[in-house]
Design a protein around this ligand. Structure first.
Ligand code: C2E
Ligand code: CA
Ligand code: CA
Length: 625
């Protein structure tokens, strides 16, 4: 048989110029980077194998998974091993002479076989060793935190040899990292299923409906056909629940699910949104009236009584229908409108269906109201800016101050930005609001500095909508107007903005950078930018999203991600700031990991201008916060 491909040494840096400890650290960092950036687990495991091979010449790495149910080992990753060898070794049963990996699982201990032809642990695999020229093989169990083995990480060598101390540490590290990837993958799969299904009926939930709808709408648009949503609500479900109990209510929902499923085709999606609300998504028809036939069929299937707790009950349903593209071009609008139509069906006597009739829904009304409130807010100066400092890692010096928008609504009081920024974006009002923030914050800082307050960089958040052609010119005007020095401005943008807006956004950012403005990547880690993309962006700083900071140092995954983002940022020559720092333990961890700056409630909350000036002045005098 064909011998295995010998992997090429492929380190960026010649391995010989690094000490072994440095090699191990670099190895760990590179792989962790792949993992933290949300790489596909298979890719991460393949990379892990290749990276280990690069450090041990004349060897190939493999990761096997132990399936407890049938007591077998399967190859999960072995990028340099030929297919014939993978096939020959699959279904390996653990035992005292089942090679290094089979024995490692059998004994739940590392196995370092330095000569496969003489060692009794390889007795069962002599043919395999001969066919593929394996002379030595070292295997390390991959374990769960309770010590249960879930697989192995192994290096098979083409020369007879025992592992060196360095190679043993490499095996330990690799098995540990493989364990992280595998556990995370498993948890993600379970989470995905739980997060996308209804536990009572097993039907897709709203989230999965949304995902499927996105795809279906795209298909429908391309084929120029139609898609219908049937929003179904049981009539008087509450009465069943109240009089027969929740158990009977659950039973009814399960039986109703079966009846509806029998009325739809395989490609259609039935989902449960919650309570007694179901949505059927019908794809691929051209006549919008055909949705009526399905609705009729469902209503007919409800004409037979349901059997609950040995009694029969007649329970009907009401259905609202909305059609793409007539009644909305996204799933949220279609569901909303089908829901409205369902209420019309209830209002006209229940046990029937109703098509949506275009008119203002409550949602639209609320949006319109918010939009008009935002316009008034602009006219009547209801917006203000609060200021939150960013400190050096010791919490001593204030280096940057972030401007955060505040809205004091005359009747509802303080409205948090998360509640209105998105509507301001949708309606385009964000441009005007954004200008207002820049003007207020810049003017405020210029005034402070003229009064003798210490200098700092001013950071301002930028919405994707604002990053349009002409953005740079507009900013220049505002800076000139207020006399604010351009090189003391930072703009915080998000990963999603760059991914969504693409190269035009990037070139606009590059223009801003050339003007002397620093660009910061906000909420880093929540999007999907890759290391490669990061390298090409005109940014100077990364801000680690507060969701990662929240659970450090206790949450091991978040700690690894935070550590990796810092190392990776530094590797790319970027400064790294952590936001949302609330505890001394978080600060200590960040300091240990060489994070550059910190921001959060621990050191200072966002403060109104007067408060900020008083505090920062005090801070300057005492030299600390
Ligand atoms: P962001 O840019 O990520 O801002 C950080 C948010 O975290 C702020 O919320 C801040 O008050 C909060 N925060 C700061 N330290 C801590 C902490 O230690 N713990 C916790 N839990 N939170 C902390 P805020 O002010 O409500 O702003 C929310 C978001 O609204 C901002 O997120 C930003 O995306 C947006 N925003 C705020 N002002 C503006 C603005 O002027 N323009 C634009 N386009 N967006 C803005
Ligand atoms: Ca920010
Ligand atoms: Ca942020």
């Amino acid at each position: 048989m064909k011998p295995m491909n010998r992997p090429l040494a492929n380190l960026d840096q010649p391995a010989s110029s690094l000490t072994q400890a440095e090699q191990l650290l670099q190895f760990q960092r590179d792989i962790m980077e792949t993992i933290a950036l949300g790489q596909d687990p298979q890719l991460a495991l393949d990379e892990l194998c290749k990276a280990a091979e690069a450090l041990v010449p004349d060897s190939v790495a493999s990761i096997m998974i132990f399936h407890q149910s049938d007591n077998k080992l399967e190859v999960r990753a072995a990028p340099s091993v030929p297919e014939e060898a993978v096939v020959a070794i699959s279904h390996l049963q653990p035992g005292p002479s089942a090679g290094s990996c089979g024995t490692a699982i059998f004994k739940n201990e590392p196995q370092f076989v330095s000569n496969t032809f003489t060692d009794c642990r390889w007795a069962d695999l002599q043919q395999f060793a001969t066919d593929f020229d394996i002379r030595a093989c070292w295997s390390m169990p991959i374990r769960l935190s309770n010590n249960q083995p879930i697989g192995t990480f192994a290096l098979s060598s083409f020369v007879e040899r025992p592992p060196t101390d360095f190679q043993i540490r490499l095996l330990e590290t690799s098995a540990h990292i493989a364990g992280i990837v595998l556990r995370r993958e498993q948890a993600e799969e379970q989470l995905w299923h739980v997060a996308h299904h209804d536990s009572l009926t097993g039907l897709p939930n709203r989230m999965l409906l949304n995902l499927r709808a996105e795809h279906a709408i795209e298909q429908t648009r391309r084929k120029n056909s139609r898609l219908a949503l049937l929003f179904l609500d049981l009539d008087h479900f509450k009465t069943v629940n109240d009089s027969l109990g929740h158990h009977a209510g659950d039973e009814l929902l399960i039986q109703a699910t079966a009846r509806i499923l029998a009325c739809v085709r395989e490609g259609d999606t039935l989902s449960r949104l919650g309570g007694d609300e179901f949505v059927v998504m019908l794809e691929n028809f051209t006549d919008s009236l055909s949705a009526r036939h399905v609705a009729d069929k469902i209503l007919a299937s409800f004409s037979k009584p349901f059997r609950l707790q040995q009694h029969e009950y007649l329970i009907t349903a009401s259905i609202g229908i909305s059609i793409y593209p007539e009644d909305g071009n996204n799933i949220a609008t279609l569901v909303q409108n089908a829901d409205t139509a369902m209420y019309q069906a209830k209002a006209s006597g229940r046990n029937n269906y109703h098509y949506y009739e275009p008119r203002l829904t409550e949602h639209v009304q609320a949006r319109v109201a918010m939009e008009s409130d935002l316009r008034t807010a602009l006219e009547q100066d209801q917006f203000s800016v609060h200021y939150q400092p960013q400190y050096d890692i010791n919490g001593k010096d204030i280096l940057v101050v972030e401007a955060l928008l505040r809205w004091q609504h005359p009747t509802t009081g303080n409205v948090p930005p998360d509640d209105f920024i998105s509507i301001a974006e949708e309606t385009g009002l964000i441009s005007e609001i954004g200008c207002k923030v820049v003007r207020m914050a810049c003017a405020q800082c210029v005034q402070w500095w003229s009064e003798g307050l210490p200098q700092f960089m001013l950071a301002i958040n930028l919405s994707p909508r604002q990053l349009q052609p002409g953005c740079a010119e507009k900013l220049t005007r505002l800076l000139n107007e207020t006399g604010f020095p351009v090189n003391q401005l930072e703009l915080e943008v998000t990963e999603s903005m760059i991914l969504e807006k693409g190269t035009r956004a990037i070139s606009e950012l590059a223009k801003l950078k050339r003007m002397g403005i620093s660009i910061v990547m906000d909420d880093f880690g929540t999007g999907h930018s890759s290391l490669g993309q990061l390298k090409t962006l005109p940014i100077s700083k990364l801000k680690i999203d507060k969701s990662f900071i929240m659970d450090i140092p206790d949450d091991a995954n978040d700690a690894i991600i935070t550590r990796t983002i810092i190392a990776m940022g530094h590797h790319l020559g970027l400064k790294v700031v952590a936001e949302g720092v609330e505890t001394p333990a978080q600060m200590k961890f960040l300091k240990k990991e060489n994070c550059d700056f910190i921001q959060g409630y621990l050191l200072a909350r966002p403060l109104a201008p007067e408060q900020f000036a008083t505090d920062i002045y005090k801070h300057k005098k005492t030299g600390k916060k």
